[in-house]
Design a protein around this ligand. Structure first.
Ligand code: HEM
Ligand code: MTE
Length: 467
């Protein structure tokens, strides 16, 4: 005759540490999994991402939990039920331009809520070669537009003597469909490490402003050709405008050189699918540009208009942002016109496991991370050091296909190494080499810049060794 205990969502959400107990929910059931955390086959840190809330959004990503033995195991930890009256409808503040933004995955580490900017935690980032859509990093400058796929039109301004196009989604599907795996990285990835050298302006991205997806859509070169465009001798740029805009009506915009847009080998896409699904709203539904090997800022989402111009886009984000400068340049002396816009990115790598400050077992340590380079340059090697860069070992790269000059996607890597006897701490470092033998700089200070972009120094993680 024991009655079921009832808990509110607030009570559950206050149980997120070993001291208070670690609670989670599944459906309407509440579980105290404090004792299980260290036994979790996927690692304690992954389980902790769900602490204080529902398991569903996490388990939806990892189907291994979809087995009866996992459910039975969880059942042992049941302590009660959720209060059924707790499902209060969220109130909508209509004057808020962000009120209509989509619902996001709770694993994302939010750097700014409005506009929404968030990255997956490191231990999930390299769990899969292809980043699941719900945890793909998101970089928005404005509210997310809510576009109707039935009335959506993409305007392509025609060439002189050619014709302008107004393409529906069906029209776009009628072009030959291409599917390619591409890593997208924001110019501000790892900015937080530049901030440690000296203050910069920008969001505090850690190592997660990078993700990989299979993108499908029409090739930009095929669509431009139908509008009468061809490669020309004089310099020209393809300008993209998004359908997201600020209160003054200014839309997000960016451009790439026409030569890249028209090159079939560059594989620039007008993408309508991400990992086999229609694009999620945060990632540009219904159509975005994907420019393989090029900085994220040019992959314009919610694409509305494409035109060919003699000059780069006049957008703020093309001309007054996303450029690199000398460490000596500050906000009083910066001349944005003096530097080219970032297009291809330099070689990059980072450690995702272990985390900085973590305690690792003595004996053997497993180090994981990612490596990527811009312009289709393949990563050919990742070097890892356990002693701050005095001695190095070569990591094992994943075996995913790398096409010559079209290595658009990252490589995940791993190193299993014995922990030198008697070590109390390790200074783990990684650095990648691309097929142009480009390397990463060893420290941040010489590449510091006022906007905190292009942060690709050796990545360093300091850990303690369990006695
Ligand atoms: C694996 C239970 C929460 C990620 C497993 C397995 C069990 C389990 C029993 C092994 C399944 C098998 O191999 O047959 C649980 C329970 C959880 C929980 C009871 C909550 C109380 C989470 C969360 C995440 C996660 C929140 C992700 C954020 C994973 C991953 C694996 C795994 C990635 C696979 C590990 C590998 O094979 O390398 N979990 N899990 N789990 N879990 Fe969980
Ligand atoms: N496109 C539009 N229309 N609006 C934006 O704010 N952000 C850009 C780019 N395209 C942006 C955009 C930037 S800076 C990056 S890094 C990528 O989108 C991020 O893409 P994601 O959110 O799909 O990861």
């Amino acid at each position: 005759q024991e009655s079921t205990r009832i808990y509110t969502k607030e009570e559950v959400s206050s149980h997120t540490s070993p001291e208070t107990g670690i609670w989670v929910t599944l459906g309407s059931e509440v579980f105290d999994v404090t004792e299980f955390v260290d036994l979790h086959p996927g690692g304690p840190s992954k389980l902790m991402l769900a602490a204080g809330g529902p398991l569903e959004p996490f388990w939806a990503l990892y189907a291994v939990h979809n087995q009866s033995h996992v459910r039975e195991l969880l059942a042992q930890y049941k302590i009660g039920e959720l209060n059924p009256e707790d499902k209060v409808a969220p109130t909508v503040e209509t004057s808020d331009p962000y009120a209509d933004d989509p619902i996001r995955h709770p694993a994302l580490k939010v750097n700014s809520q409005r506009p929404f900017n968030a990255e997956p935690p490191p231990e999930l980032l390299t769990e899969n070669y292809i980043t699941p859509n719900p945890i793909f990093f998101t970089r928005n400058h404005l509210p997310v537009p809510n576009l109707d796929p039935d009335t959506y039109r993409l305007h392509i301004v025609g060439a002189p003597g050619g014709q302008s196009l107004s393409l529906s989604l069906d029209d776009l599907h009628n072009f030959p469909k291409y599917e390619i795996t591409v890593t997208l990285q924001c110019a501000g990835n790892r900015r937080s490490e530049m901030t440690q050298v000296k203050e910069v302006k920008g969001l505090e991205w850690r190592t997660g402003a990078i993700s990989t997806a299979r993108w499908a859509g029409a090739r930009l070169c095929d669509v431009l050709a139908q509008a009468g465009h061809q490669l020309c001798e004089t310099e020209a740029h393809v300008c993209f405008e998004g359908l997201d805009s600020d209160p003054t009506g200014t839309a997000y915009g960016a451009s790439i050189p026409l030569a890249r847009a028209m090159d079939p080998e560059a594989e620039v896409l007008l993408a309508y699918e991400m990992n086999g699904q229609p694009l999620p709203r945060d990632h540009g539904f219904p159509v975005r540009v994907v420019v393989p090997g090029v900085v994220g800022a040019r992959h314009v989402k919610w694409l509305g208009r494409v035109s060919v111009q003699p000059e780069e886009s006049y957008s703020h984000w093309q001309r007054r942002d996303y450029k690199g400068f000398s460490p000596s340049v500050d906000w009083d002396t910066v001349d944005f016109d003096s530097a080219p816009s970032i297009q291809e990115l330099p070689v990059q790598s980072a450690i995702t496991e272990p985390r900085d400050g973590e305690t690792v077992e003595s004996g053997e340590v497993t180090i994981k991370g990612y490596a990527w380079s811009g312009g289709g340059r393949a990563v050919i090697r990742v070097d890892v050091s356990l002693d701050g860069g005095l001695t190095w070992q070569v990591a094992k790269l994943d075996e995913e296909e790398q096409r010559p000059r079209k290595a658009w996607a990252w490589r995940l890597w791993q190193l299993q190494a014995p922990v030198p006897a008697g070590q109390k701490e390790l200074n783990i470092v990684c650095k990648a080499v691309d097929d142009g033998y480009n390397v990463q700089p060893d420290t941040v200070a010489p590449i510091w810049n006022l906007r905190g972009v292009l942060s690709n120094a050796w990545h360093r993680v300091h850990v303690f060794v369990a006695p």
